[in-house]
Design a protein around this ligand. Structure first.
Ligand SMILES: [Zn+2]
Length: 297
């Protein structure tokens, strides 16, 4: 049996429509807002509580809690192996177009080109987050499993599939784009993605510009080789204020050390603090190691 390529698998999870598959299986789908409801195949019920999201290509049952990707759906509803499901999805994808490669930018030396490429990669990471069961599980663990929060903070997940969405390696565009990604620090000299296996959180300024990107490995330290950093950033200075918009909207701000805590309604440290703090009352969020952040003020 040939080894399943992880990048290919991720592509299939996005490319094959869960809704189309459920229809092929003869399930009755009822539109409800952005989702389609159907009777849950995993528990007995008379009223549909299984929601299929065409946008995210994921399912979630409000009755029994089952959730996952189109791949999980196929394995569980048809009781087939991962390899069989993989072959089925490959056959399906033959009928739908391949995902288009990311469009190249003229130059990343200029801020506009740099921002455009960062935005493209972050958009890809956001798609990956939706289709990754393990990343969704991590969001739940960290109290971040909220669609509005994920969209607002543009959270994403890097899982080594970026290369799959680039122009072919041997083409001029492909070579150029790989160089640009390396220049931005999104890939390393080896070509590997810098944020592989990490939840990705961009630090976006009030003007919409991406100042920095933070990555947090989603598994505990013991899952990695000793010394593997669990917290990653793009190279260069750690600067900017996370959730800067909140500074404009609230009289009391909460300082915390971690961007992940920041996503749950707090605000992270940064260079703009000094100019803001004299006008606002400041609450310190001390549940985690925020002293590091306080020391930087
Ligand atoms: Zn169910």
């Amino acid at each position: 049996m040939p080894r399943i390529n992880e990048a290919e698998l991720q592509h299939l999870k996005q490319a094959v429509s869960l809704v189309a598959l459920a229809q092929q299986q003869g399930r009755v789908l009822i539109k409800q807002g952005k989702e389609l409801m159907t009777l849950c195949p995993f528990h007995d019920e008379k009223t549909p509580s299984m929601a299929l999201s065409p946008e995210k290509n994921l399912y979630h049952c409000f009755g029994c809690g089952e959730s996952g990707s189109v791949l999980d759906w196929l394995i569980k509803t048809e009781k087939i192996s991962l390899h069989k499901a993989y072959q089925r999805l490959c056959a399906e994808v033959g009928q739908v177009p391949q995902l288009a490669p990311l469009p190249p930018v003229a130059s990343v030396e200029e801020p506009a080109g740099r921002q455009a490429l960062l935005q493209q990669v972050l958009a890809l990471y956001q798609q990956t987050l939706f289709s990754s069961t393990e990343a969704q599980h991590y969001l739940q663990q960290r109290g971040l499993a909220d669609a509005e929060l994920v969209a607002h903070f543009q959270l994403g997940f890097a899982n080594r599939t970026l290369g799959y969405r680039l122009p072919a390696r041997k083409t001029r565009e492909g070579v150029k784009m790989r160089q640009q990604l390396q220049q931005l620090g999104l890939t390393r000299g080896s070509g590997h993605e810098h944020f592989t296996g990490s939840l990705v959180i961009p630090v976006v300024g009030a003007n919409g510009e991406i100042g920095q990107i933070y990555g947090r490995k989603i598994y505990p330290a013991e899952n990695y080789r000793p010394g593997t950093p669990l917290h990653l950033y793009l190279s260069g200075r750690h600067q900017g204020v996370f959730n800067e918009v909140a500074l404009l909207q609230h009289k009391t701000v909460v300082l915390c050390e971690s961007l992940i805590v920041g996503c749950r309604g707090a605000l992270c440290h940064g260079s703009l603090w000094r100019q803001w703090c004299h006008r606002r009352s400041l609450a310190l969020f001390c549940r985690q190691r925020c002293q590091a952040g306080v020391d930087r003020l």
